[in-house]
Design a protein around this ligand. Structure first.
Ligand SMILES: [Mg+2]
Length: 95
């Protein structure tokens, strides 16, 4: 990007986690766990929203259940990965 931030390394770690989660989602689809991911244009918008809200709900559950920081991080990564998948679908539409 042409600039350096003292937070670059930690952001790289976080974005790598999100990328791994996106890959995991696509692997689950490939193995028949579900028909679509949010990256698929064929998934209705309402379903994408339901998936994202469900993931946000899992963040809330992790907080309410006083889960570990690792568990909370995993849930937040899943929220980010679902968001990335949805953005991928939007970007594909624009091409
Ligand atoms: Mg989750």
């Amino acid at each position: 990007m042409g600039f350096y931030s003292e937070h670059d390394d930690e952001m790289e770690d976080i974005l790598y986690s999100v990328k791994c989660e996106r890959i995991r989602q696509e692997e689950l689809k490939k193995h028949g766990e579900f028909e679509f991911t949010c990256a698929d244009a064929a998934m209705p918008l309402a379903t994408k929203l339901a998936v994202l809200v469900e993931e946000v709900g899992e963040v809330a559950r992790a907080l309410c259940d006083d889960e570990s920081v690792d568990r909370l991080r995993d849930e937040l990564v899943q929220v980010a990965a679902v968001s990335v998948a949805w953005i991928q679908a939007l970007d594909k539409q624009e091409c």
